[in-house]
Design a binder for this molecule. Structure first.
Ligand code: CA
Length: 687
């Protein structure tokens, strides 16, 4: 066999690219009542044989069918029968050597994904699937990151025993704490919380959990085996290929019906093993190799998928479109997006926009890589420094905001603004503007608009927020940590950008300080619903913040000029305050201006709010003050280690709010005018 480098040269040659790039979208198996067709792209195979089986694992093939060589490296065979439920794999000959492979384009598979299955997808639709629709998009995207197994594993969740850890758990809308009938868990709890999007951690077929093994096996699942098939260990029957498909659709249907949009976590940057179906059917085509022959490992997982190669880009694009079409997925979170190329990401964005409307499907990812990668042909990586080359509706996890608020995710002892690091105030102001400067066209502005930013302080990676606070403030008591947890939440939820948090952040979730729990026991990783109710005051604080956020157009604005809404910034050691133009073109919002104060010092700090009509919306203890009118008093103070949010009641005019007026005049001019006009006495404001 050729070496990796020889293959690479061959695939890069004009001759190969002229003869073997296939542009139709019918690879894999199409299976309906009018027949079944098998198509595999394997440009270098000397022959390909299709093997059909009764079972998804074990046993011998009942037939071996030679595939016909077509143009462009495609092999095909078709039958006029509906072969739904037939398991299959391929035997390929390369330079005299025989290789066995499942189908990289498969839509279904047997247990552990080692054998593919022909599936008539219509037969996997749950009842009512044709009427399944995502809920309408709200004022803000508030994304809740969730692992299928972690969600329902703990007995405290009150889920039926047989559904614990499964897709099916999501179809139980009325679970309560140990089934007490009083305290909602699961779906009901999430609905009360008010998040708008549920981001499911990897749920395509991955390799690190034995689907025929013990139920207690656990992994996050960032190790893809079959990109277009659901993971089997979350189904009630991984041995029958149609079951996992139907049950994953049921999960999505249930989430939609409860008011959530569903985001899928996708890992196109690497595969579980280099010995993959890609590699077995097209040796080295789908992987990066350095010019000196070293295998590229920018993922730190042993291999990098070559997204810049035509057939690989096509694969990734079609896979994304398949999940949106067949499973009604509403958005994608790209793992190590920085390993993929800018052109592909923009192409995916365009294709989704054409089909579903501009920006309708969310698209974002990690704008980094673990190490250098052997990307070819001058392709540009979708890294943070290249955000300006990406569509304004391709977002990135904003590590700058994350680290500014609570300290470095990687240097665990290092604090951020809230837990005492000096000199973070400017980063905090940048965070509020989603790192878009007022002069958004200037060279130092890396981000086009808040739509490109995922604002967050915790995710599955690294320590939970609670553990990070414990790490950086070992002397603090539980009350202080709770106070800082509330402060962190109120701080990032008053920053522009899309909002995101790890499930359980809102109830002080802990992993006992473990930074990377990808293969830790489920007993550590599971959501502890008991804790959610023990820490109910914190959960309530999050609920109030989330509900308030959706009523603040000045912070929800995703346009390129949104940062201009933030002005009158004042900074001192441990204090940041600013005002937000909260007017909206469409809404009849209650407050036309906001004043937000972050006080991480241990002292009360006096706050000036010039002019009348200012009310308290949220303080360090209560995030629901906005539900009634509480005017600010002359001796208004921001409490130690807290966020204070004020809102100025909009003046009633004939037709509502009077609209935005001339937004191009910006927030500054309006605020200046207010300074001179603010002659009302404090007595008049106080109630
Ligand atoms: Ca699997």
């Amino acid at each position: 066999m050729k070496t990796a480098l020889e293959w690479k040269k061959y695939y890069s040659s004009p001759e190969f690219r002229e003869h073997y790039i296939y542009d139709k979208n019918d690879l894999g198996v199409s299976c309906t009542d009018s027949g079944t067709s098998f198509k595999l792209w394997s440009p270098s195979a000397d022959s390909v044989t299709l093997n059909l089986y009764q079972e998804g694992s074990g046993g011998e093939a009942y037939t071996h069918i030679p595939m016909k060589r077509e143009d462009k490296g495609v092999w095909s065979w078709s039958s006029d029968r509906n072969l739904h439920g037939a398991y299959y794999d391929y035997s390929l000959i390369f330079e005299g050597e025989s290789v066995r492979s499942a189908d990289p384009y498969a839509y279904a598979c047997g247990v552990n994904g080692r054998r593919s299955m022909a599936v008539d997808l219509k037969r996997t639709d749950p009842e009512g699937w044709e009427n399944d629709r995502a809920p309408e998009k709200g004022a803000e995207q508030i994304i809740y990151e969730l692992h299928v197994k972690e969600f329902s594993w703990d007995p405290s969740g009150g889920f039926p025993e047989k559904y614990r850890g499964k897709y099916k758990a999501f179809t139980c809308p009325d679970t309560t704490l140990f089934g007490d009938g009083i305290h909602p868990t699961g779906m009901g709890y999430m609905k009360d919380l008010g998040v708008t999007h549920v981001q499911i951690m990897p749920a395509y077929d991955y390799g690190s959990v034995n689907e025929a093994g013990k139920d207690t096996e656990f992994n996050w699942g960032y190790d893809p085996v079959n990109y277009n098939v659901p993971e089997g260990s979350y189904s009630t029957d991984p041995a029958h290929g149609e079951v996992r498909i139907r049950e994953m659709k049921e999960m999505i249907q249930a989430l939609h019906s409860q008011g959530f949009r569903v985001i899928m976590d996708v890992v196109y940057n690497h595969t579980y093993s280099l010995d993959s179906w890609f590699q077995r059917t097209a040796p080295w085509y789908f992987y990066r190799v350095f010019d000196d022959g070293r295998i590229s490992n920018g993922s730190a997982c042993g291999n990098d998928v070559a997204s810049e190669r035509e057939m690989c880009a096509k694969y990734i694009l079609e896979s994304v479109l398949y999940w949106t079409e067949e499973y009604h997925i509403d958005g994608f979170r790209f793992d190590l997006m920085g390993l993929l190329d800018v052109d592909l990401m923009n192409r995916i964005r365009r294709e989704l926009d054409v089909r579903y409307g501009k920006g309708e499907k969310l698209l974002f990812g990690e704008p980094w890589a673990a190490a250098e990668t052997a990307i070819e042909g001058g392709a540009v990586q979708a890294l943070k420094k290249n955000m300006r080359l990406l569509d304004e509706n391709i977002g990135m996890f904003c590590d700058d905001t994350r680290d500014a608020v609570k300290g470095s995710a990687l240097k665990i002892k290092r604090p951020g603004f809230i837990n005492g690091a000096p000199g973070k105030e400017n980063d905090i102001i940048q965070s509020t503007r989603a790192w878009c400067t007022p002069q958004h066209g200037s060279a130092d502005a890396g981000v086009k608009a808040p739509s490109q930013v995922i604002t967050y302080v915790s995710a599955h990676d690294n320590q939970t927020l609670w553990d990070k606070l414990a790490e950086t403030l070992p002397e603090a008591d539980a009350a202080e940590r709770m106070r800082l947890n509330r402060m962190a939440a109120a701080l990032y939820m008053t920053c522009q950008g899309n909002l995101f948090f790890l499930s359980g952040e809102e109830f002080a979730r802990t992993k006992n300080g473990l930074e990377d729990s990808f293969n830790a026991p489920i007993a550590l990783n599971r959501l502890d619903w008991k804790q959610a109710w023990e820490n109910q005051p914190l959960v309530e604080y999050y609920k109030g913040l989330i509900a308030l956020r959706t009523r603040l157009p000045g912070l929800c604005d995703k346009s390129a000029r949104a940062s201009e809404r933030i002005g009158n910034v004042e900074i001192s050691d441990g204090m940041v305050s600013f005002e937000v133009d909260n007017r909206s073109e469409t809404g009849c919002q209650k407050w036309d201006r906001l004043k937000i104060i972050y006080n991480r010092t241990r002292e009360y700090r006096h706050v000036m709010a010039k002019g009348s009509r200012w009310t308290v919306l949220c303080d360090g203890e209560d995030s629901r003050l906005w539900t009634s009118v509480k005017y600010v008093s002359p001796d208004l103070k921001a409490a130690p280690q807290s966020v204070l949010i004020l809102g100025r009641l909009a003046e009633k005019t004939g037709g509502g709010t009077g609209g935005m007026g001339d937004m191009t005049a910006g927030v500054a001019a309006d605020m200046e005018a207010d300074d001179t006009a603010g002659t009302e006495t404090w007595e008049k404001q106080a109630v």
